[in-house]
Ligand binder design. Structure first.
Ligand code: IPE
Ligand code: IPE
Ligand code: MG
Length: 253
């Protein structure tokens, strides 16, 4: 089914080779700006435009879940001025784009630690989730103040509390049960993780969930990201042979 804005609805069957869930580590804003003799903050501003292009492209391609790494638990170690700019950009993004996302049937979900964020930002995040909760198109998962190790430790603490309360036996703890206590509960594991900027690491992003994700590292800075870049990464993904510990699917050998 085609929408009035010409974007394919994600309820349609997936094309072969299109990942269900794509995670994106939006990296290289600062270097993009510095290489143009601009302040780093300008890179972050242009990064928001790249994010808009990315969301639109994901909808057009028919991706069901898009998780974007916007601010890591470790990004607090940056200068205060840069942190407040990044907080301000999220506020502006929600203020300007939430209505459009909702109109485009996008469901917004936020993962990451709320503690440490200002009250008004938390209210905006709650509002974005509440407004779009019944939408059935692309699920946009915003990882903000997110750290995978912290997330796993919290899940472990939750299970430990259940054991202490006598509602869970230690031998009942499985990988699936721990996964169900993560902030991504109910979201399928990422099939593809893309990182821009040329860095080849996960930087504490979806460590548990990415156990069998295909990783694609693009040699462009995040502000340069567009539909063609996403398509290129998906084409690379489609060429990969995902084995999940078994034998090659294509040759059967
Ligand atoms: C990504 O760009 C944005 C965030 C981490 C919030 P960077 O700010 O990390 O840009 P580089 O890596 O310094 O170029
Ligand atoms: C990862 O990028 C975090 C986000 C993109 C939000 P960083 O720029 O913070 O990662 P490192 O420090 O290069 O590993
Ligand atoms: Mg970086």
């Amino acid at each position: 089914m085609s929408r009035a804005d010409g974007v394919q609805e994600t309820g349609a069957p997936l094309q072969t080779g299109v990942p269900v869930h794509v995670g994106v580590i939006m990296d290289g804003n600062g270097r993009w700006a510095t290489s143009r003799n601009l302040p780093r903050v300008e890179g972050h501003r242009r990064g928001v435009e790249a994010l808009r292009r990315c969301v639109r492209a994901a909808r057009e391609i028919g991706i069901r879940y898009l998780t974007i790494y916007s601010f890591s638990s470790e990004n607090w170690s940056r200068p205060v001025s840069e942190i407040s700019e990044l907080m301000g950009l999220l506020r502006r993004f929600l203020r300007h784009d939430l209505a459009d996302l909702h109109a485009a049937n996008v469901k917004v979900r936020i993962i990451g630690e709320r503690a440490g964020l200002s009250r008004d930002l938390c209210l905006m995040l709650d509002e974005a989730e509440a407004l779009t909760r019944d939408n059935t198109g692309l699920t946009l998962v915003v990882a903000f103040n997110y750290g995978s190790r912290q997330e796993i430790a919290e899940a472990a603490a939750r299970l430990a509390a259940e054991v202490a309360a006598g509602t869970l036996r230690p031998e009942e703890i499985t990988a699936d049960l721990l996964g169900s206590r993560l902030s991504t509960a109910g979201i399928p594991d990422p099939d593809l993780i893309i990182r821009t900027s040329g860095e080849q690491r996960l930087s504490n992003f979806l460590l548990w969930q990415a156990a069998y994700a295909e990783l694609v590292f693009l040699p462009i800075y995040w502000p340069e990201f567009d539909h063609a870049a996403l398509l290129g990464a998906i084409q690379e993904y489609a060429r990969r042979d995902r084995r999940f510990g078994g034998l090659a699917a294509r040759t059967g050998s």
